[in-house]
Design a binder for this molecule. Sequence first.
Ligand SMILES: *Cc1c(COP(=O)(O)O)cnc(C)c1O
Length: 451
Amino acid sequence: MTETLAARDAETLTQTRYLATAIPGPRSTQLHEERVQQVSSGLGITLPVFVSRADGGIIEDVDGNRLIDFASGIAVTSLGASNRRVAQRVAKQLEAFTHTCFMVTEYESFTQVCDWLNRNTPGDFDKRTALFSTGAEAVENAVKIARAATGRANVLVFDEAYHGRSLLTMGMTAKVNPYKLNFGPMPEHVIRAASANPLRPAVEGGVEAALASVEATLIENDPGSFAAMVIEPIQGEGGFIVPMAGFIPGLRQLADKYGIVLVIDEIQAGMGRTGTLFASEHEGVAGDLILTAKALANGVPLSAVTGRTELLNAPHAGGLGGTYAGNPLACEAALAVFEQFEDGGLLENAQLIERVAREVLEPLLESTAVVAQVRGRGAMLAVEFADRGTLAPRPELAAAVSKVCHAQGVLTLTCGTHGNVLRLLPPLVIGEALLRDGLEVLAQNIVELAG
Ligand SMILES: *Cc1c(COP(=O)(O)O)cnc(C)c1O
């Protein structure tokens, strides 16, 4: 069934891996040299390859190589990077108008996107939505909304969290290098609690101990001072960490106990990525606010804060907004994404991707001594490299495996506090044969380099 989906959406780009030159090829190398002369070196690069076309599970570069896309532009182009229905809706909107600024004059698609999110996000209560452009903006606006609604200042965040690179969200992000290094001072009123990492727990004693530690952090700082607690249902940049079962429901209880707004950051894990529309559905938890971005408009910048009406209506009129917030091109792209979720098949694809990936990758837990975990949900999966027994992280192995995969035409990413996690974020429309090809390249490289 993924074959048919991939075929439908990727008619123009052959869905097989193909190497015409070394990776990167001569044309990419030349273009990268020109980049270095013009672009700030503060922007990093995973693979210095220049793209000519991309769709389905394939990225074609300017040298004619076809790479398997296990990144989706970091969980963005879930429906393929040139999804036809997204392109058609955006093209039609382009001919009508590109922008009015929703704070100046209105257009219906903005309301329609909000309506769909209000109906489809977890939580059987009356909701409103506000649209923005980037994930970091959604996080910042959630904090503004929670502060306006509660009259409190503090924000609770967690170990291994990632919430963005803007000044406030950088402060909310856990890892210093590369996100915070030399960029201080950090914003005030951001307080960090222990997370519930099953492989590397911050406190011994399972989920109860993890929750007790969170409550102790709240009490130390006065629970009545917290406007919001912000949590990713699966921590993304922090290492694709699925928290211990019961942790997120426990946070829901703590939020209720102390009158704190629970903000679920589904910017990476949402929009079908984990095999359910929203990752918090796996925990049976509804946030008071839920954040979406990345795959929401399949690559056209759009983000949203959705949640309880009394929260979304707490800020004064004019207090929220942004020039490009909920831009009409992005709203049309999101509506095309929603249509394709309603057609069905995408969540099943995410589930199939997990089954196939586990089938190929889980044997490495036995056959090597350096794969500590194969984890994740749906099409948000990771391999953590660490020595069996001591669990000493092996970041050099994650980097080396990624590097040989890139050379063989498989685009993989790394992540994690220790940089020792290789993550897989294939588009949900990748064909099964292509998926298997990429996974087998990965598995073989792990075996060879682990030895
Ligand atoms: C990517 C990401 C963000 C930030 O989104 P940007 O669009 O890069 O600002 C926030 N939270 C999570 C969980 C993310 O993965």
